[in-house]
Ligand binder design. Structure first.
Ligand code: ZN
Length: 220
């Protein structure tokens, strides 16, 4: 019985709790209504939607979703993000870039999306109509240092299967923390007075979320 309880607890701690609060979180977007259509078709994009697009729910996806949501609310105070009028620069993480492209509508081929290491924030989002631009940053100290420490080792494929599980649990706990606290406490949204759109086309970033796909399971 005790063993069953322990297994149940391990099971609970190894994934992000999906409660009703998550479904209340969405970004409201405005798009055109057909292939040659007019602006005015709105949708609410949830974290679940983003997870289906990205492939898994992870701390990077949660950071991206919540950070972009905060930034987009600054750019669109009426609460409806015009995805035909928004461009975005993202740091190269596979999770952040997926969040950026999905939520803003920015795409490389139309020069409304590019990826670079050279920004000091996670994202820069810009409205095309008025040029207003904001930078989205995670506040210093919010992310547990051990996640980055283990993450760097994971990218070098130096973690055992059991250590990968530990990293996943730490990331899931961090996601839960972000989802249960006020985003104002975790993100800085900075208005940029001068921002120049300098798209760079790079396709040599490492897709770090597939490096350990054959690592096997922890047998401890
Ligand atoms: Zn991810």
């Amino acid at each position: 019985m005790r063993l069953l309880l322990l297994l149940a607890l391990i099971g609970l701690s190894s994934c992000v709790k999906k409660d009703s609060h998550m479904n209340e979180l969405f970004v409201r977007v405005n798009d055109t209504d057909f292939s040659k259509g007019r602006l005015g078709l709105t949708h609410n994009i949830t974290l679940d939607d983003l997870e289906a697009f990205h492939g898994h729910l992870c701390d990077g996806l949660v950071v991206g979703f919540l950070g972009l949501k905060e930034g987009l609310e600054k750019l669109y105070p009426d609460g409806i993000v015009d995805r035909t009028n928004t461009r975005v620069v993202s740091k190269p993480s596979p999770c952040l870039t997926d969040a950026a492209a999905y939520l803003t509508g920015g795409r490389m081929q139309f020069s409304t999306f590019y990826v670079t290491d050279s920004i000091s924030s996670l994202f820069v989002i810009q409205r095309i109509d008025n040029g207003n631009a904001i930078a989205v940053k995670l506040k210093a100290g919010v992310k547990p240092a051990r996640i980055d420490k283990l993450g760097k080792l994971a990218v070098k494929q130096q973690l055992s299967a059991c250590e990968l599980d530990e990293l996943k649990n730490l990331e899931d706990d961090f996601s839960e923390y972000l989802l249960s606290t006020d985003p104002n406490e975790n993100f800085d949204i900075e208005i940029l007075d001068s921002f120049s759109w300098n798209p760079v086309l790079r396709n040599d970033f490492v897709k770090t979320d597939i490096l350990n796909k054959d690592a096997g399971s922890c047998s401890r």
